[in-house]
Design a protein around this ligand. Structure first.
Ligand SMILES: [Zn+2]
Length: 328
C-alpha cells in the first residue's frame, strides 16, 4: 500500500515532484501497451481546490444494470444511476462481473427473484429458465445479505487499486466524429485498457461541453473559429472555463466499492475533485492519457489544427500534465 502523508499546509508546490513525462505508449507495433501509472502523493496535489468541494456527496442509487457484449469482444456491465441533485441518467461502464453496486444489489421490499434479475441484481450469468437471482445454480455463486438487506460479498482484489476513468459526455467527439477534441479517442482508449485488464470502470457523466450544455458548446466552437481558445470562448459566453462537477462520480465510485483507484487522467484538479473533500476515494496512481497522434502509431490518432490548439490550451492554461511535442 502507498503511504499517504499529511498534506503540507501552505504548500504552493503543485505536482513539483511528479515528472511531467508521459510514458511511451508504443514500444513496437501499432497497438499501444498499457501506460505506466505514476504514484500519487497527496501532498503534491492541488489541495487548495479540495476546500471548494461540497461537504456532502450527492445520494446516488443504481436503478438497473445489464450485460453488454461489445464489438471489441469484451463484455461490460452498464449501470444506470439516479441521484438527488439532477434529473440526468449518469452511467457507470463496468468491466468485470465482481464490481457490484451496493444500492443495486440491496434487497427491496416486496420484490421477487424475477424482479431482481430484471433489474440486473443477480450473480453469475442469466440464461433461459433461470429463476433465482441470488444464486447461480451452475457456477454455485450465491449472495448473502446483512440485516439491512445489503449483499455481503468480498471483492477478492479489494486492496488492489482499480483502473478508473471519469468521462464527461461529449456528443460531438463521441458521435459526430469531431476532431476538435480528443474525447472520443480517450473514451475508446480507456475502454481498451480496461478490457485488457479485465477490470475497471468508466464513470460517464452527462455534463456536455465541460458542463455548459451542447447548445452553448456550439456557440463556443464559433468563437474558437473566430480566433479564441477554448478557455476564452467559455469566458466570453459568461461560463466558467470548466463548469464540471465530479462529486457524482465520487458517490458512484463509493457505491461500486471502488475507493482505491488508478485514475486515467492528465488533469491534477480532477484527481482532487474525484477524491472528494474527505478523500472518501483515494487515487493511488495517475495513469496518463497520451494522445495517440503523439505515439509511434500516430496514424491512429486525431490530426487537425483544432486538436493541436485544444491540447495546447489544456497544457498551457488548464494545467494538464502532458509533455507537448515540439511541433504543438
Ligand atoms: Zn469532446
Amino acid at each position: 500500500m502507498v503511504e499517504h502523508p499529511t498534506p503540507r499546509l501552505g504548500s504552493d508546490s503543485v505536482f513539483e515532484n511528479i515528472p511531467l513525462v508521459s510514458p511511451s505508449t508504443t514500444p513496437n507495433g501499432s497497438i499501444p501497451s498499457t501506460p505506466l501509472g505514476i504514484p500519487v502523493n497527496v501532498q503534491d496535489l492541488p489541495n487548495d481546490k479540495r476546500e471548494q468541494l461540497p461537504d456532502v456527496l450527492p445520494i446516488v442509487e443504481c436503478l438497473a444494470r445489464a450485460r453488454i457484449p461489445t464489438t471489441k469482444g469484451v463484455e461490460i456491465f452498464l449501470h444506470l444511476y439516479k441521484n438527488n441533485i439532477d434529473n440526468k441518467e449518469h452511467l457507470a461502464i463496468v468491466f468485470g462481473e465482481k464490481i457490484r453496486s451496493k444500492t443495486l444489489f440491496r434487497k427491496r421490499h416486496g420484490e421477487s427473484q424475477s424482479d431482481r434479475m430484471t433489474r440486473g441484481a443477480y450473480v453469475g450469468k442469466l440464461r433461459p429458465g433461470r429463476n433465482i437471482a441470488d444464486k447461480d445454480e451452475i457456477t454455485g455463486e450465491e449472495l448473502k445479505f446483512d440485516d439491512e438487506g445489503y449483499a455481503i460479498y468480498q471483492l477478492s482484489e479489494e486492496d488492489e487499486a482499480t483502473l478508473v476513468r471519469i468521462h464527461s459526455e461529449c456528443y460531438t467527439g463521441e458521435t459526430a466524429w469531431s476532431a476538435r477534441c480528443d474525447c472520443g479517442e480517450q473514451f475508446d482508449e480507456a475502454g481498451r485498457l480496461m478490457g485488457k485488464d479485465g477490470k475497471g470502470c468508466i464513470v460517464y457523466l452527462r455534463q456536455e461541453g465541460r458542463g455548459i450544455g451542447l447548445g452553448e458548446k456550439l456557440k463556443a466552437y464559433n468563437l474558437q473559429d473566430l480566433g479564441h481558445d477554448t478557455v476564452q470562448a467559455n469566458l466570453l459566453l459568461r461560463h466558467p472555463a470548466d463548469g464540471r462537477s465530479f462529486s457524482l462520480a465520487t458517490a458512484i465510485l463509493i457505491d461500486l466499492g471502488l475507493t482505491n483507484i488508478k485514475l486515467l487522467t492528465n488533469n491534477p484538479d480532477k484527481i482532487v475533485a474525484v477524491e472528494g473533500k474527505e478523500r472518501q476515494v483515494k487515487v493511488i496512481e495517475r495513469v496518463p492519457m497520451v494522445p495517440l497522434a503523439w505515439g509511434k502509431s500516430g496514424e491512429n490518432g486525431i490530426h487537425s489544427s483544432e486538436i493541436d490548439g485544444y491540447l495546447r490550451t489544456k497544457i498551457e492554461r488548464m494545467g494538464h500534465l502532458l509533455q507537448k511535442p515540439i511541433n504543438i
